[in-house]
Design a protein around this ligand. Structure first.
Ligand code: 26V
Length: 822
């Protein structure tokens, strides 16, 4: 049915061309002769948006008339990337638009390059949210994404003298053609102030929050087009705006100038995305951001519910499920309690019953530094009533704990939402587990560790509440759109309905040994490598040989992801080549893409080191072009779309137990890359799918990591006993890579020795080095490699985000799809 739907195009080439011209004239005030690519881009978007908005209107009407149960996906991050190509694809209008523009003398591919990425996220968590809303629309599920309309998304990265420099991202500087402002749905959010206790006649205590400030939340809607184009859902992003209300009585101050200052403060809330991932910063503004978008979203959900059900709360949990993407929106739990108890005047138990049937929570990391905690004092200042509610939730929960484990104070201390200590802290993970009916991790191993290590007592207390939903990626963006040539080859071989039913790719497996198909498959890979090589030459001036192995590590820079393990091995290869010019290796290009959190010193040092090693290696004639190192600046969704189709080897080398899932691993394998990886996150499930012959696994398991840690890991053992490790680490201390600046790279050595090597880079080094020899040998056998690549693509069916969403729907959301007539 999908293929049929896609051919029933709503608008033909002639009409599309007319629409583009019309927008060029009357929306942009220019014409065909004057228009540059940017104007063509805007006009094409506007022509597309006409179709999109028609789909949106029909979808909203259908959902309203059917009074559908819907999922509300609350996420501080949505890493959308570009939308034009995606929307054209999903509407089946890509060729139509291409043809229309061609007749106008314009290349669609050039026009697509004009679109700035919508980078309202850091990395995996934000991109997952984007893939999920794509799948939700594709599967015709009633869903809405809620987030923050950041004025500045993730910083743009420049590399100066090898070092990362952050520049502001301004994705809407010249207007964003997709978003629609909805002033009719503005919400108000209170902050600061104090709580008044009132005693009613019937002895009932009523709490009234007198806020110190009120800010407005202005919604911007981005239509989300499902594949096939029938369902168009929305992503609703909140922008903060001054409401003009600031209670100077509360603050004991006043004046016109101070009031202006408060306006600026209000508008600061949605100014900028925090560029940290995995490090909890503890900043007041971030807590305000979280409350701001959670409160706006909840009030929006309630407004929509009341339109259909009035003041009858009894059906709320039947109509509404709210998924918390990590703990960032966890404040929605006490916010809903506040609305139900203080405003709707429900009794506590009824309110709590509603809450705990509405919320579900996804955990995305076990790293202790990423588990959000807020100082109770900060909470009290910004959200005084919410802190009271959290205390009440906790008080009642402690009674439950006492029933389960009588008089066990250590247990109470461990399970309490409040962490006692020097400074009292509110643990958002605990609040999320207690306030949700389901909690999930994002890959099998991660969910097991969530149960065993992070929340073991909660798992005992509520068996079955903690579960797994393995992550996925949308094959529409991550194969069909980003790798058109491979997609066409697949279409020819197995038909064209795989984007909706990715298990169909299995059909490629039986051709994995077919010489002709192998040649065709590898020819596409070669062409994609050529395109990336051209891009590298053009943007960085580096020549790379497309016959070399393209070995790619693309992800945020973090010690646990171990880009420095990759770097140490590159230095070792370099050293082997210098010691033995005949050292036998197939030519290799190591390609990196990574942003470091601006305050993460060692991560920035690693970027610097990669660039310095690259400078040296790439300009050393002695390596005879067998080794190249490329660090591509400003890694982002649109760059990933160019790198992934061109990759031979996918680096997934985190310390076992640290990478919750990973999703780049899935994208790369889907495009025919072979993984070199540890038994971590979704790598384990990828290995299960492709089989041991088609992936190169190395290194310690979680159990081995834990055992080594317990027995007292000493990195010096490896330094003194492994000549190559010693030579490479000592090399970092010289000025070989940084002429005139000895010691410029020493922090990496230090972290691996004096620093204790927290992610056990040295312990896994030899296994990694051996694994690369396996890769090298496999690649030289052209047929074997082609077979491995094909099998990787063929076996990725499990990792479509449609499957993840199906798991959420069945295990957690209990949603039904709703057909929208085209
Ligand atoms: C934490 C913080 C802390 C404060 C500043 C802003 C900020 C932003 C994000 C986070 C949490 C990051 C957690 C995360 O991104 N986890 C990744 O989630 C992916 C999707 O589930 C998963 O594939 C990755 O393995 C996991 O690292």
């Amino acid at each position: 049915t999908s293929a049929k739907k896609l051919t029933e195009v709503s608008i033909d080439k002639k009409d599309f061309k007319q629409a583009v011209i019309r927008h060029l004239h009357s929306t942009l005030g220019t014409d065909e002769n004057k228009a540059n690519n940017h104007a063509w881009w805007k006009a094409t978007c506007a022509a597309m948006q006409e179709q999109v908005l028609e789909g949106l209107r029909k979808t909203q009407k259908t959902h309203y008339l059917n009074d559908t149960r819907a999922v509300h996906y609350l996420s501080a991050e949505f890493l959308m990337g570009r939308l034009l190509s995606n929307n054209l694809q999903n509407f089946g209008l890509f060729e139509v638009a291409q043809g229309a523009l061609k007749e106008l003398g314009v290349e669609l591919s050039d026009v697509l390059e004009e679109e700035p990425d919508m980078a309202l996220g850091n990395g995996g968590l934000g991109r997952l949210a984007a893939c999920f809303i794509d799948s939700l629309a594709t599967m015709e599920l009633p869903a809405i994404g809620y987030g923050i309309h950041y004025e500045h998304g993730l910083f743009r990265q420049e590399i100066h003298g090898g070092a990362q420099i952050e520049r502001p991202d301004s994705w809407r500087d010249y207007g964003n053609p997709w978003e629609i402002c909805r002033p009719e749905s503005i919400q108000e959010v209170s902050l600061y102030g104090y709580v008044e206790t009132k005693y009613g006649d019937n002895g009932r205590i009523h709490k009234e929050w007198h806020p110190g400030a009120i800010v407005k939340g202005v919604p911007w809607d981005i239509p989300i087009v499902g594949y096939g184009g029938n369902t168009v859902n929305v992503l609703r992003l909140w922008q903060s705006q001054s409401s003009g209300y600031f209670n100077w009585d509360v603050f004991n101050a006043g004046g016109y100038v101070d009031a202006q200052r408060e306006n600026v403060l209000a508008e600061t809330i949605s100014k900028v995305l925090y560029p940290n991932d995995e490090t909890e910063a503890g900043k007041e503004l971030r807590l305000i951001q979280q409350y701001f978008f959670s409160s706006c979203s909840l009030k929006d959900i309630i407004r929509r519910y009341k339109r259909a059900h009035g003041d009858d709360w009894s059906r709320f949990a039947d109509q509404v499920v709210i998924q918390l993407n990590d703990t960032h929106p966890a404040i929605a739990i006490p916010e809903l309690m506040r609305i139900l108890v203080d405003r709707a005047e429900l009794d506590w138990d009824s309110a709590w019953n509603i809450c705990t049937n509405v919320f579900a929570y996804t955990n995305h990391t076990l790293l202790p530094e990423a588990l959000e905690k807020w100082p109770a004092r900060m909470f009290e200042k910004i959200l005084p009533r919410h802190l009271e509610i959290i205390y009440e939730i906790n008080h009642r929960f402690m009674a439950l704990v006492d029933k389960q484990w009588p008089n066990d104070n250590a247990m109470k201390a461990r399970l309490s939402i409040i962490e006692e200590g020097n400074e009292k802290m509110v643990r958002m993970g605990h609040l999320s587990v207690i306030g949700s009916f389901a909690v999930n991790g994002v890959a099998e191993i991660h969910s097991r560790l969530v149960k065993q290590n992070l929340f073991p007592e909660f798992d005992q207390l509520w068996p079955g509440k903690l579960t797994n939903v393995t992550n996925g990626i949308t094959p529409r963006r991550w194969l069909k759109a980003c790798n058109p040539e491979l997609s066409k080859l697949i279409d020819k071989k197995i038909g064209s309905d795989w984007p909706m039913d990715l298990d169909k790719l299995q059909g490629l497996a039986k051709h994995a040994d077919n010489k002709t198909f192998q040649k065709q498959f590898m020819k596409v890979k070669q062409a994609n490598k050529q395109a990336l090589a051209d891009e590298i030459k053009q943007s960085m001036g580096i020549d790379v040989d497309v016959n070399a192995i393209f070995d790619v590590q693309i992800k945020r820079l973090h010690e646990y992801k171990r880009q420095h393990l990759n770097l140490l091995h590159i230095m070792a290869l370099y050293r082997r080549l210098l010691e033995d010019p005949d050292y036998d290796m197939h030519p290799r290009v190591f390609i990196f893409g990574a942003k470091a959190a601006p305050g993460y010193k060692l991560a920035k040092d690693i970027i610097f080191a990669i660039n310095k090693v690259a400078d040296k290696v790439n300009n050393d004639p002695r390596v005879n072009n067998k080794l190249k190192v490329v660090f591509m600046p400003n890694y982002r969704v649109s760059l990933a779309e160019k790198m992934i189709p061109a990759t031979d080897v996918s680096e997934q080398i985190s310390t076992a137990g640290k990478e919750a899932s990973g999703t780049g691993n899935m994208k790369l394998a889907l495009n025919g890359a072979v993984t070199i990886g540890t038994l971590d996150g979704a790598n384990i499930e990828i290995a299960e799918e492709v089989g041991d012959d088609n992936i190169v696994i190395f290194g310690m398991t979680v159990e081995e990591v834990e055992a080594l840690k317990a027995s007292g890991y000493n990195p010096y053992d490896y330094y003194y006993n492994d000549a190559e490790i010693k030579a490479v680490l000592d090399w970092l201390e010289t000025d070989y890579f940084t002429p005139g600046q000895p010691g410029a790279l020493v922090s990496i050595k230090q972290s691996l020795l004096e620093g204790g090597d927290p992610y056990m880079v040295l312990a896994d080094y030899q296994a990694y080095s051996e694994a690369h020899k396996v890769i090298d040998a496999a690649y030289r056998d052209k047929e074997r490699w082609a077979r491995m690549a094909i099998i990787n693509t063929a076996k990725m069916g499990k990792f479509t985000s449609d499957r993840s969403i199906r798991d959420y729907v069945e295990k957690i959301w209990k949603l039904e799809s709703c057909k929208v007539e085209s």
